[in-house]
Design a protein around this ligand. Sequence first.
Ligand SMILES: Cc1cc2nc3c(=O)[nH]c(=O)nc-3n(C[C@H](O)[C@H](O)[C@H](O)COP(=O)(O)OP(=O)(O)OC[C@H]3O[C@@H](n4cnc5c(N)ncnc54)[C@H](O)[C@@H]3O)c2cc1C
Length: 395
Amino acid sequence: MEFVIVGGGLAGVTAARTLRALDPHAGITVLEAEPTPYYLRPGLIDVLAGRKTLAEITPFPRAWFERQGIAYRSGAVTVALDPAAHRVELASGEALPYDRLLLACGAEAVAPGIPGEKLPGAFTFRSAADAERIRTWAEGSRRAAVIGGGWLGIESARALRDLGLSVTVLERGPWLLCRQLDRGAGEVLAGLLGAQGIEVRTGAISEAILGESRVRAVRLAGGEEVPADLVLISAGIRPRTGLAAAAGLAVGRGIVVDNHLATSAPDVYAAGDAAEWQGTVYGIIPAAREQGEAAARNMAEPGSTAYRGTSPMNRLKVAGVDLLCLGDTQPRGGPLRELRAAEPEQGRYAKFVLGPEGELAGAILLGRPDLAPTVEELAASGLPAEDDLKRLLNL
Ligand SMILES: Cc1cc2nc3c(=O)[nH]c(=O)nc-3n(C[C@H](O)[C@H](O)[C@H](O)COP(=O)(O)OP(=O)(O)OC[C@H]3O[C@@H](n4cnc5c(N)ncnc54)[C@H](O)[C@@H]3O)c2cc1C
């Protein structure tokens, strides 16, 4: 059996490892466009900040893949897929046959179409090469603007700050991380970033990046100019669907897969940031890992393993601060009952949303890792929890 995997990121490598464990004799080839060895993408934040080298975020050296009998081919760009002939074609002109194929080609950073986004000094951030480019540019820069206040934007802002730049985060929403946090928590987080020397501007719609031969400022709706000699655009991801679409596979926001991670073409599977399952593109590590593994199991034995979705990440570190988000944190139609303790001076915020029976239906904990285990346990129990929660907050 010949297995071919397009994309040597987490989903692809997890699939390759799973396939090897299931079948010691199969041919396994991973085609990776980037010239580098496999690395852990979240580690790029540390590379950008100068805390780690690329080698330090490379978990398996080339020799490891060789020992596993997995052909990991860096710099191998797949340019076409022919599902009827069971063949992929590389940029080099080489054609590679497969029995079963996995599309694990990930996603790219969205360039939102802001005028000036192609100017020297304006970047998006996805790859090791991006980290290198941004870092090099930062060496000659003093002021950075980060467009987008999601967690990647915030973490990138912090890395740039660590490099000694003064940094402004421009978030168009009313507060930071507005899908995960409520306004109170968003404001506490902005305060924490402010204490680290990162300015946060909310309700800031970036209309254009200004400059002639290089970036000079970001112009906001309303006309104000925020000076910047480095602009990092962090406006979300777009799954790489081009290869699949050109081959006639069903594509929505991502490459559409069923509960076995199978695409609409026979013997072709998809996983990770490239895949859309039940309308969802997760774009997170746990989903890439779980889908990569489930896809591999189904490639080895079709129909053997159902994928049932990945729980959204609920524990994060943002700007060095622990964050836990559980359940419904901003119920529509207003909460039934809420308990809240905000300590902005300490950078701490806790909110609990109670359900109809007094059970814990949702929670936000910022800077309170001490409460997290108890809160997770109370939420899982489904039992009335108001008295316990009040005690936790000393109310
Ligand atoms: C800086 C940064 C920090 C992050 N931190 C976190 C975090 O803390 N927690 C978290 O959950 N998620 C994080 N993420 C998101 C996480 O990295 C992704 O969800 C994860 O990498 C998805 O894995 P994947 O294998 O599906 O895609 P990718 O990691 O994108 O891998 C896909 C690979 O396919 C290759 N490829 C694409 N097209 C082709 C082609 N035609 N031919 C050959 N190869 C091709 C690409 O070069 C790429 O290496 C972060 C992302 C970034 C950019």
